[in-house]
Design a protein. Structure first.
Length: 379
């Protein structure tokens, strides 16, 4: 199907179509084909993504790669990755059956016996978009059916009336409709919140669950307002259901690696669904703070410095720049000018090389797609 034209913030900021298209192509090459690629294939021709900082394969990276594959119209790569996921990550038995092991060695041996919900939500979204773009195939490649199955277990696990097949815990709290950090916990990760995905689920999931997903989308937008500090725009990596930082011996109550994605997600929500001035104000505050503070330092969400150094500086810039999609709708007087500065900062930042390139370059890829108008839900 012919793609509909989408608004490009990069073009709005003055970059040419030729330069934008070249950069978008470069992103795919660097991640999937070039000498620094993190994509590999096994002897059976199935594809997998290596987290080069941790030497494992994660549902995060695999679902991210599937999202890129559908956005770039690469069904061949999409199917190879999904085939690897179903062979080596899908759990057929045990407490977490029907979820995906969040970490697996490159040889396919699991490192973990539990899931990370951001993987499941990206898998489901990528599968629905694959169905929209290419149509459904057979077996595991019946994309929409597989997505609906994933979400069915995410919502209904733990419901005794559904029998032993649904034993375990759901990934969303059934009362407040908020995604959990992991199924066993009763707190969240603000960067997991992708309300624009939940709006899509409200169209494509099992009919009986569509009202749930519509409520989840609205609950997530309210949660993001609570979790992002009013003055600094920062969100913690882990947060309680009221949005306050989750303090525990795990750490993660400050603005660090996971949390960078929050602004990017809010930006894509604005692009797909529509502007939200309140969330635009939060991202505008984030952009303002980091234009006047040390971007190599780690901070608590109120802006107090922490004696730690940013681990993913390129990913941080990329995600914050993607937030420009909503920051331009802020009612702050400097919001539009600051949003342009972040887009320019990203444009002049090269993709990362070295051991930590995996996470940074995926965030870079998503930002370039979103800012160029190529991160889509329909074709």
């Amino acid at each position: 199907m012919k793609q509909e034209a989408a608004w490009s913030m990069l073009k709005w900021c003055g970059y040419s179509d030729e330069d934008i298209n070249s950069r978008v192509k470069q992103v795919w090459y660097e991640i999937f084909e070039g000498p620094n690629a993190v994509y590999h294939e096994n002897e059976d021709g199935l594809g997998y993504i290596v987290d080069t900082g941790n030497d494992d394969v994660r549902t995060e990276g695999m679902s991210y790669a599937m999202m890129l594959a559908v956005q770039y119209d690469r069904k061949d790569i999409f199917d190879k990755i999904w085939g690897w996921v179903m062979r080596f990550m899908y759990m057929n038995e045990g407490h977490h059956r029907h979820y995906f092991a969040w970490s697996v060695a490159p040889n396919g041996i699991p490192n973990a016996q539990g899931p990370a919900p951001d993987g499941e939500e990206f898998f489901a979204t990528s599968l629905f978009l694959a169905s929209r773009r290419w149509g459904d195939g057979d077996g595991i490649y019946q994309y929409s059916a597989m997505a609906r199955e994933i979400l069915r277990y995410c919502v209904h696990k733990g419901e005794s009336e559904r029998g032993s097949d649904f034993a375990g815990e759901p990934m969303w709290n059934p009362d407040n409709k908020l995604i959990k950090f992991i199924p066993e916990t009763e707190w969240s990760d603000p960067s997991y919140h992708v309300p624009h995905f939940y709006d899509l689920f409200a169209e494509e999931a099992d009919p009986a669950d569509r009202a749930f997903w519509k409520e989840a989308a609205e609950a997530s937008r309210k949660y993001l307002l609570a979790a992002c500090n009013t003055d600094t725009g920062m969100s913690p990596e882990y947060a309680n259901y009221d949005g306050t930082p989750h303090i525990s011996d795990r750490g993660h109550w400050y603005f660090f690696s996971d949390a960078y994605r929050t602004a990017a997600n809010i930006g894509l929500d604005s692009l797909w669904v529509g502007k939200d001035i309140g969330l635009g104000n939060r991202v505008s505050a984030l952009q303002r703070f980091f234009l006047t503070h040390d971007r190599t330092s780690v901070y608590e969400v109120d802006g107090t410095p922490v004696e730690e150094t940013v681990l993913h500086p390129v990913g941080f810039i990329a995600a914050t720049a993607q937030g420009s999609l909503v920051a331009i709708h802020s009612d702050a007087g400097d919001a539009v000018d600051n949003a342009r500065k972040w887009v320019d900062l990203l444009w002049n930042t090269p993709m990362r090389i070295g051991a930590r390139r995996y996470y940074d370059n995926f965030l870079y890829a998503f930002a370039m797609l979103a800012l160029s108008g190529n991160y889509r839900q329909r074709w």
